[in-house]
Design a protein around this ligand. Structure first.
Ligand SMILES: [Mg+2]
Length: 342
């Protein structure tokens, strides 16, 4: 088997919208202040407010902390510091292309309006003029937290939307658009790396009869369970999507022609061996599968559309030969050639 790497953007981890790890760092704060008394006071206040505090005494150390993956989202930066001042830190924070917002409060002894404008233009969200009092700082930090909480909520919504856009609502597996995107990407990868790629088209036999005899709710339960059995039978880096009503497209990267047949046969028996439990009682279900492997095909088949056609033609053969069976595109070659100019 060839070595394969996970899909660059559509990884299994993307499948469930959940709390992003980035969101977990909201309760942390970076305090950068060269005056040790001032720094300790700030530290003790934030600790009292249940923050996890990282305190540094110069701008260079602050920048080191801010570049870390899990850097605090709230930063209290002194304006005047050795190494790098708060203004330069602000500029650097804002010039980095980050998907997590950092809320920056500048501490300054200056109260000249022009200086305040400079600080805000450099990217500070707020400022506090020294000497400051604890209540004012607390109020400003609360305002910052509201922004960061909103940001966290937005990230969650964004994750949920991304999930919905790529997944089939009924079964939770990839939807047609997403599985076709994956097919295009995996075909491209297999062409580039000369690795083998398997494509399986699967269809539930006599599905219309299930819907007609037992109702659509039972039909839905059947599709959900077929999806679940497919998913749990496949390897984590294989992909299964709902291609049409009761039709599934399965992409098996780095799998040679022989193992592809074994995989398809495993999927078939996993469905046929055990009736599906539904609210209307157990429903015996079978699937027909057509498959094609880039390894056993001519080079012209390393093209997503040609692979789909070949797998579909093999599926058509499996249906004609009695259903509940696996057919490879070899046997379907005649059917395929009938559709292609010679
Ligand atoms: Mg200072």
């Amino acid at each position: 088997m060839n070595e394969i790497s996970p899909h660059p953007t559509l990884e299994p981890a993307d499948r469930k919208p959940g709390v992003d790890a980035k969101v977990a760092s909201v309760n942390t704060v970076l305090i950068a202040e060269d005056n040790s008394i001032s720094r300790r006071i700030l530290e003790s206040w934030f600790e009292k407010w249940d923050y996890r505090v990282t305190a540094v005494e110069n701008g260079l150390d602050a920048w080191k902390v801010l570049q870390k993956e899990d850097a605090p989202q709230l930063a209290i930066l002194d304006w005047m510091m050795p190494g790098m001042d708060g203004i330069e830190l602000c500029r650097r924070i804002r010039s980095r292309d980050q998907d997590v917002y950092r809320y920056v409060v500048l501490l300054t002894a200056k109260d000249d309006k022009h200086d305040i404008v400079t600080g805000l233009e450099a990217g500070a969200d707020d400022y506090l003029t020294k000497p400051f009092d604890v209540e004012e700082l607390r109020a400003r930090v609360r305002a910052g937290r509201r922004i960061l909480d909103l940001q966290a909520a937005l990230i969650r919504v964004q994750g949920a939307l991304q999930f919905e856009a790529a997944h089939d609502r009924l079964t939770g597996i990839w939807n047609r658009g997403a599985i076709l995107d994956l097919l295009i990407r995996e075909t491209e990868r297999s062409r580039r790396t000369n690795g083998s790629l398997g494509v399986i088209m699967a269809d539930v036999d006599f599905f219309k009869q299930v819907n007609d005899d037992r109702g659509h709710l039972v039909g839905d339960a059947v599709l959900r369970e077929v999806s679940r059995r497919f998913e749990t039978t496949l390897r984590s880096y294989d992909s299964v999507g709902r291609y049409g009503g009761e039709e599934f497209l399965i992409i098996v990267p780095g799998c040679d022609a022989m193992n592809l047949v074994v995989t398809a046969e495993r999927l078939r028996s996993r469905i046929a061996n055990q009736p599906i439990e539904t609210s209307a009682g157990p429903v015996p279900v079978t699937v027909s599968l057509g498959l094609v492997s880039t390894q056993s095909s001519e080079s012209r088949l390393i093209d997503p559309e040609a692979l789909l056609h070949a797998a579909d033609a093999a599926l058509y053969n499996a249906k004609n030969l009695g259903r509940n069976r696996v057919e490879t595109a070899h046997a379907a070659r005649a059917a395929l050639n009938a559709h292609l100019p010679m």
